[in-house]
Design a binder for this molecule. Structure first.
Ligand code: PLP
Ligand code: SF4
Length: 407
């Protein structure tokens, strides 16, 4: 049962929690995580949130005091809060949703490993994370102790990788690999670097966002010791909102960079949280200031209880279109859709190309900068002319007349 607290009590509960936690000690942060029913101590909950907490069909609730401190106790629209606190929409399982839309399990030859693309695999290293994100697409496994990966499970996964010469790239995700003990991370990276055909390892972790103190000097030394001629280690993290770009987060990123680990960001497009071109632009500007490059912007998956987060497909396109020209290209993510049914990832881009006019051998483009139509010529000796979408004469004339891309 959820207890009720007054706003004053909530303020003082927060103060108590923050002072009980040894702030920069990741162990203390993890030990003081807020779970399930205790959310009512730290948020003035709406009825919808109360229902969400009691009836969610998704993963557990757990949040570090650090990440909680970024949230608003009284505003249910606070973006950080929405990533922490379930609401009633999380208890609805619609017909179009599936616990495993990407068919990661069908494509799993051994426990914890998904082999979807020839040259790369996804390794589920563990089931736990510092914070459980309400939008997590792997909620069917994450946070569930039944999904714990024993050392023997990982050994079988490494045997599989060892016996498949074509695997060059291992993406370690979970759960969150940085929620494993240093010694386990050391062992995993050591195993991977002992496999000659594995050249790249990527750590998918949200700890720089949710518990930056976990990225300790000691951990970075371990990572650095395996980041060598035979293995290149990358980190992909997930900042979703400018409020997450704190000094603490930046310090964690800088420690990773010092260990030679390039840090990229994969944000998830989330309704009411970051589905706004200005918010996304500001997020990616802050990320560049933290020396994090943009990688992906994910369209959220059709997982159970995801209706509160999903946006129309066009939103993502609108956002990357808006960003073009307003920020360094390395700050613009690729908008990605991971196709249901194990179709893998594809990128969607705004359509800047209007078509080809064979009479004058001209391509017409829409400019992100001027908003006008700009032209370029196909080489005279081109043999590829049949490959372009042809502009009809009437449309071509209209484009020339108005010199605007709005047809
Ligand atoms: C996303 C993903 C990868 C990595 O894909 P990239 O596009 O290279 O980042 C690898 N395997 C699986 C199963 C994935 O879902
Ligand atoms: S950190 Fe990643 S794996 Fe863990 S709950 Fe969040 S999105 Fe899911």
């Amino acid at each position: 049962m959820l207890s009720n607290f007054s706003p004053e009590e909530i303020e003082s509960n927060r103060k108590d929690l923050f002072s009980r936690t040894i702030w920069e000690d990741p162990t203390s942060q993890l030990a003081h995580r807020v779970k399930g029913n205790d959310l009512s101590r730290y948020f003035l909950l709406t009825d919808s949130e109360k229902k969400g907490i009691e009836e969610t069909i998704r993963l557990n609730v757990s949040v570090t005091p650090y990440y909680l401190s970024l949230s608003d106790p009284f505003d249910p629209h606070c973006p950080i809060r929405r990533m922490i606190v379930p609401d009633s929409r999380e208890s609805v399982f619609s017909a179009e949703e599936s616990p495993d839309p990407l068919e990661e399990e069908r494509l799993s030859p051994v426990r914890g490993l998904t082999h979807m693309y020839p040259g790369k695999v996804l390794l589920f290293s563990n089931h736990s994370c510092s914070v459980y994100c309400r939008h997590c697409m792997r909620g069917r496994k994450v946070s569930s102790p039944n999904e714990r990966m024993a050392k023997e499970d990982l050994e079988l996964a490494f045997d599989y990788i060892r016996s498949h010469q074509e695997i060059e790239d291992v993406v370690i995700s979970g759960g969150d690999p940085l929620n494993l003990a240093d010694s386990r991370i050391d062992w995993i990276l050591g195993e991977l670097s002992s496999i000659p055909h594995v050249k790249i390892c990527r750590l998918g972790t949200r700890n720089p966002v949710t518990l930056p103190f976990r990225v300790t000097e000691e951990l970075c030394k371990i990572i650095e010791s395996h980041n060598n001629d035979s293995l290149s280690i990358f980190c992909n993290t997930q900042f979703n909102h400018p409020k997450e770009c704190t000094q603490e987060a930046k310090a964690a990123v800088l420690r990773l960079l010092k260990a030679g680990v390039s840090v990229g960001n994969q944000s998830v497009l989330l309704k009411g949280i970051n589905d706004d071109p200005e918010i996304m632009l500001s997020l990616h500007k802050k990320l560049l200031e933290m020396r994090v490059r943009a990688y992906y912007l994910y369209d959220p998956e059709l997982i159970p209880g995801s209706r509160g987060f999903r946006t129309p497909l066009n939103k993502g396109l609108e956002i990357v279109e808006y960003m073009r020209g307003k920020i360094a290209g390395m700050g613009i993510p690729s908008f990605v859709n991971d196709l249901p049914g194990g179709g893998g990832k594809i990128t969607l881009s705004p359509n800047w190309y209007l078509g080809y006019y064979p009479k004058t051998r001209q391509h017409a483009f829409r400019s992100a900068l001027t908003g006008k139509v700009h032209y370029s010529f196909e080489p005279v000796d081109s043999e590829e002319e049949s490959k372009y979408p042809i502009l009809e004469e009437s449309i071509w004339e209209k484009l020339n007349e108005n010199n605007t891309s709005r047809l």
